[in-house]
Design a protein around this ligand. Structure first.
Ligand code: CP3
Length: 344
């Protein structure tokens, strides 16, 4: 326990243990909120929505007003980076993202020269949110990690097991690494831009880090993530960086040691006792309530919240989900989560 300082999330990321832990939820701006659906219905399509600072800043602030979370995460999507790289991206309602499938052999066609031009509306969103945010609330920027972004580019959208991407990573290793490097370089520029526009924390989403053998994990997850962290640091950006290699399992500690991230976000499957014993001493953790327990609500939600808070009472901890909130979660369940967390 420490004194209450101005921004609890930044204090935790600086290594302090705070009780109760500060909290925000992945995808906290989203379809489970009626006010989100209302703003969303005003946009022509999802990409347009992300590129409209007016609408995007409004939905970023909605969950802060309603729940008083300790962090706001800018409203955008990890699939804006492929657009900056020159790829077409669109969303089909009910089906998710679609892209023209990309052959890594053509990696030299990926554009490195239009990051600021294409992604500057996101910086504008950050500037607007920053202006209206309560002073104790931390502003988080983010990007997808190269591997996860590459899976969408190569597969042409979401996929069950990223099979074609994994085959390409082995069969076209040199071109594949060239593609990851280009994604990493644009992502680093984008994150620097976000920090300059007011992001106080940066998060790297590697949602599809699951199921890779260790040598491949080191090549396609750790190496490009480290490349981003090194470039962002070389540009003089000092804000904390949270890494989220979802599904990394036993490779979480290697990721935590090797990539240079400040803190690590855990998924629902990670055993806290194992993680505490194996992660670098003192490294802050974020997570990792099962979104399904939040949907279930009631006593099982409360006991799961308490289990995680107890498990992480000895380490700097930011309470969060282990993956994004689902659109079917009643807002009352979010209130119950917060009440349970704050009353113990
Ligand atoms: O967390 C937040 O509140 C900030 C906004 C945010 C979105 N996407 C908005 C969004 C963030 C951080 C993301 C990250 C993202 N996007 C990831 C990584 C995190 C994860 O969930 O694993 C991934 C893989 C994507 C790609 C993506 N975007 C998919 C697969 C989908 C469709 C899934 C679905 O639920 O429909 C999206 C669309 C999307 N991104 C929505 C939101 C709120 C829903 C679309 C809508 O409102 O019409």
């Amino acid at each position: 326990m420490t004194d209450t300082l101005s921004k609890p999330i930044l204090d935790v990321l600086a290594g302090q243990t705070i009780s109760p832990p500060p909290v925000w939820l992945m995808r906290q701006a989203g379809r489970y909120l009626a006010e989100y659906r209302e703003v969303r219905s005003r946009a022509k399509n999802f990409i347009d929505f992300c590129f409209s600072p007016d609408l995007a800043s409004e939905v970023t602030l909605q969950p802060i007003r309603r729940f008083g979370f300790d962090a706001a995460i800018m409203f955008a999507d990890i699939l804006l980076v492929p657009i900056a790289l020159g790829r077409k991206v669109w969303f089909v309602t009910g089906e998710g993202p679609k892209l023209e499938p990309f052959d890594p052999a053509n990696y030299q066609d990926l554009r490195l020269d239009q990051t600021h031009e294409v992604l500057s509306p996101i910086a504008e969103t950050l500037r607007r949110v920053k202006k209206d945010l309560p002073k104790e609330t931390t502003l988080i920027g983010f990007a997808g990690s190269p591997w996860t972004v590459a899976t969408y580019m190569v597969e042409g959208g979401g996929s069950k097991d990223r099979y074609f991407t994994r085959v390409a990573a082995y069969a076209q290793a040199e071109a594949f690494d060239g593609m990851l490097d280009r994604i990493a370089d644009v992502t680093a520029d984008y994150l620097v831009m976000q920090a300059e526009a007011g992001a106080e924390v940066l998060k790297l989403f590697d949602s599809w880090a699951e199921g890779l053998p260790q040598p491949l994990f080191e090549r396609v997850i750790i190496r490009p993530t480290k490349r981003i962290v090194d470039k962002v640091r070389a540009a003089g950006v000092t804000v904390p960086i949270i890494g989220f290699p979802r599904g990394a399992g036993t490779l979480y500690p290697l990721y935590a040691r090797e990539t240079g991230v400040t803190a690590i976000a855990l998924d629902t499957a990670v055993d806290p006792a194992w993680a505490d014993a194996n992660l670098p001493k003192g490294m802050p953790v974020q997570g990792h309530l099962d979104p399904a327990a939040l949907r279930a609500g009631g006593e099982v939600l409360q006991s799961e919240v308490r289990r995680l808070v107890d498990a992480w009472s000895g380490r700097p901890h930011i309470f969060n989900l282990g993956h994004g909130i689902t659109p079917d979660v009643p807002v009352d369940h979010v209130h119950l989560l917060l009440d349970t967390l704050r009353q113990r």
